[in-house]
Design a protein around this ligand. Structure first.
Ligand code: NAP
Ligand code: ZN
Ligand code: ZN
Length: 352
């Protein structure tokens, strides 16, 4: 066991503050990573503030962060995929049972014995796992991903959650040429959804509550942008979508989007608001519409997504911040004032 610097929250109402945590010494299958950048996901904020109390109550202190890119500093004797000095990445998963049908099929995100990167029981040290707002992390090589060399690491970090969470359902529901795809909410997830849907060849329509994001949406790859609080603009798209990805972090009227689906159209929730959303049954019944959810992605698909980003030169649009600005970043995230993901430069933590 060794000590490493981190930023943690002591309670649901405390700001994140500098602290020290324990990490395990790397075992035979482990990779130790010096964290260079960690993206700031809205899930970090939900978790730190215990907004998902009914589903996943938060244990304190809580060290969030599951969009991790860093440099390998040590590998165990059994590690074959990585060597010291490699660039490597870790997302939302750090372990699973590896033996269940889901793990065997590469769908680790559905494993009943999953270990998430933070706020999950830590099998090695007891207590809970601590995430990427820290100097270093130790992870089994099976859960460590390779990073394409041509991409900027600060913009790669958010791919590990915002990237895979949007790539996976877009692929699953067949977003591509000849399909009309909507992306709701132009935040960290939403802006990656736009880039992927565009790269896959779909006709992409962005729904935003922020008039000021219109130009950006077009630049990111949208074919059309709709201000979702304008009923006239919304009506023009009634019954026309094959697929809609809803990446909104707060309560909103999902029925307004269900009515935009064409026959057999699907709307998938990736956003996870604190309170339940109300769904009008008739909106689903007429048109045989379906409503789904989707969590992150398994390791093979996460690697596929990173490789796809390497081939298409896709990264997240990031605002790089020092860790000392993390509480300010959370306040701005709540105002939808992020273009389009904060990425923490972890050198700022080492300098403290
Ligand atoms: N399913 C998963 O595996 C998974 C993975 C990661 C994150 N998530 C969840 O996905 C959600 C989005 O995460 P994120 O990191 O992308 O958050 P984010 O960067 O804060 O973006 C959320 C966007 O939602 C829109 N929005 C916010 N409040 C709204 C409101 N009251 N009404 C309508 N629209 C609103 C805004 O877009 P506009 O300004 O364009 O309206 C905002 O930029 C969070 O709930 C997060 O926990 C889920
Ligand atoms: Zn996330
Ligand atoms: Zn499993």
């Amino acid at each position: 066991m060794y000590k490493t610097k981190a930023y943690s929250a002591a309670s649901a109402t405390s700001p994140l503050a500098s602290s020290t945590i324990n990490r395990r010494d790397p075992g035979a299958q482990d990779v130790q990573i010096e964290i260079l950048y960690c993206g700031v996901c809205h899930s970090d904020l939900h978790q730190v503030r215990d907004e998902w109390n009914n589903f996943a109550p938060t244990s304190y202190p809580c060290v969030p962060g599951h969009e991790i890119v860093g440099r390998v500093t040590k590998v165990g004797s059994g590690v074959t995929k990585f060597k010291t000095g490699d660039l490597a990445a870790v997302g939302c998963l750090v372990d699973s049972d590896r033996t269940c049908p889901e793990c065997k099929a590469g769908f680790e995100q559905f494993c009943p014995n999953i270990t998430l990167t933070y706020n999950f029981p830590d099998k090695h040290l007891g207590g809970v796992t601590y995430g990427g707002y820290s100097d270093s992390i130790v992870v089994d090589e099976r859960f460590v991903l390779r990073v394409p060399a041509n991409l900027n690491p600060a913009g790669v970090a958010p791919l590990l959650c915002a990237g895979i969470t949007t790539y996976s359902p877009l692929r699953h529901w067949g977003a591509g040429k000849g399909k009309k795809v909507g992306i709701v909410g132009l935040g960290g997830l939403g802006h990656m959804g736009v880039k992927f849907a565009h790269a896959l060849g779909a006709h992409v329509v962005v729904f935003t509550t922020s008039a000021g994001k219109k130009e950006d949406a077009l630049r990111l790859g949208a074919d059309e942008v709709v201000l979702s609080n304008n009923a006239n603009e919304m009506r023009k798209h009634a019954g026309s979508f094959n697929f809609i990805l809803d990446a909104v972090s707060a309560n909103h009227d999902i029925n307004a989007y269900i009515s935009l689906l064409g026959r057999d159209g699907n709307i998938t929730l990736v956003g996870a608001p604190e309170k339940p959303l109300a769904v009008n049954a008739f909106g689903l019944i007429f048109g045989r519409h379906s409503l789904s959810g989707s969590p992150i992605g398994g390791l093979p698909e996460t690697q596929e997504m990173l490789d796809f980003c390497g081939q298409h030169n896709i990264t997240s649009d990031v605002e790089v911040i020092p860790i000392q600005k993390i509480n300010e970043a959370y306040a701005r995230m709540l105002k939808s004032d992020v273009k389009y993901r904060f990425s923490i430069d972890m050198a700022s933590l080492r300098q403290e």
